[in-house]
Write a protein of this length. Structure first.
Length: 284
């Protein structure tokens, strides 16, 4: 690949042998290079097609109007989030976060704050991602001396949640997942007349189960490991009647509002999760 121009020391525009342009990331790939210089493939850590048909605007256009320091911070934000969440994001999240932070900083400097109404839900449904978002805001302040508004905690959380799903998952889907999970939690709390313990291990496991359930439903990936023994279902219905009644209410909501049908397996697993989630609360 041949060097075309740098966006900062670690991000550059290059051209391959076929004439296609790429935005590449790597330590020093843009440092003291001249147009036409050879860029070793081994120095490239990540690369993006400069003219991505799926992008809303060309990457070069995004990067040309971005402060190089913002891009550096965005890369650090993503790397920190990968460590704290124990995951590896797709390449596109680097430029997504950079573009988001760039405009968030502009809005902060102009004292413009977007209204968001789901902070409580986001904080409790995605606690790890929420902490990563808070750390990102601290990093922006430390590196760039810009204090982003509280609303960015929610918006960055959505990006981190979205980044852990498949390539085709969009922010709109993450918003819908938040809505679905929140409605299910509301049904359980109203049905049992309790406040769920959001710090408990059972709550965390339940939220994780719901997130996987949502992804399967939204991608229409209905997997049945093995047909559930109906005798087991009857035992659970008999032993944990209130939990199974809550499942029936959830099934009714999902069918009526979203057109999703709960399989026998899913009903069984949900009933057991709900029982674990509420059993100790009911005895208090």
């Amino acid at each position: 690949m041949r060097y075309v121009k740098a966006f900062n020391n670690n991000v550059a525009l290059v051209k391959d042998l076929s004439g296609l342009e790429w935005v590449v990331m790597g330590t020093g790939v843009g440092f003291q290079k001249k147009k036409g210089d050879l860029i070793e493939e081994t120095s490239i850590r990540r690369k993006f097609a400069a003219e991505d048909s799926a992008a809303k605007k060309p990457l070069v256009q995004v990067l040309d109007h971005m402060d190089p320091d913002v891009l550096d911070v965005a890369v650090e934000v993503v790397k920190n989030a990968e460590v704290s969440l124990g995951t590896t994001f797709e390449n596109n999240i680097y430029l997504t976060i950079a573009d988001h932070l760039n405009f968030a900083i502009i809005r902060a400097n102009e004292q413009i704050e977007y209204v968001e109404t789901n902070r409580w839900e986001v904080k409790n449904l995605y606690p790890k991602e929420y902490l990563a978002a808070q750390e990102a805001i601290r990093l922006v302040f430390d590196r760039l001396d810009v204090l982003l508004p509280k609303s960015e905690e929610t918006f960055l959380t959505y990006h981190f949640v979205n980044g852990q799903q498949t390539k085709k998952t969009r922010i709109e889907e993450t918003l819908k997942m938040t809505e679905v999970i929140n409605r299910i939690i509301e049904i359980i709390q109203y049905h049992f007349q309790v406040k769920l313990d959001e710090e408990s291990l059972s709550y965390t496991r339940f939220i994780t189960h719901l997130r996987h359930f949502f992804i399967r439903q939204f991608k229409q990936n209905h997997i049945e490991d093995q047909e559930v023994d109906l005798t087991i279902v009857e035992v659970v219905k008999s032993k944990y009647p209130r939990s199974y009644q809550a499942v029936e209410k959830i099934a009714h909501l999902l069918e009526r509002k979203y057109g999703w049908a709960l399989s026998p397996n899913e009903r069984l697993y949900l009933a057991l999760h709900i029982w674990r989630l509420t059993s100790q609360l009911e005895t208090k």
